[in-house]
Design a protein around this ligand. Sequence first.
Ligand SMILES: [Cu+2]
Length: 148
Amino acid sequence: MPRACFNALLAGAVLALAVPAYAELTVSDPWLRAVPPVSPTMAGYATLNNTGEAAVTITGVSTSVAGHTMLHNVKTDDDGNRRMVHLHHLEIPAGESVVLAPGNRHLMLMKLTQVPAPGDTVEICFHLNGGQDACAVFPVKRASQSDG
Ligand SMILES: [Cu+2]
């Protein structure tokens, strides 16, 4: 291979590495579980799809109706009790989806400043590593499930 050609290839490879992978997170089937108007918290669910070619890590979540929004996981203790634990990060591998569902991982809106009612919608933004946000509109729905 001529040396000039090799150098051009090398320059191309370095350029490709220098361009940050653009994280592409889409949110499908979002919803918030309706709660009584006096509730301090409410839970949210969705499917998070990483349509990009690099892993995406959710580093935080926020919405205007809650003073604090967290990702929770549900763990079962040795004695069979289920409890919620705070997920500080949630990584979604390239091309994969993570389901937030009742009894499983979920969003927890804490310190509600207003309690949205069934039929209302709330925008929730996921903060991603790399500084981007992925936001989605969550409708509030009644549900019969009691966990989460
Ligand atoms: Cu929770």
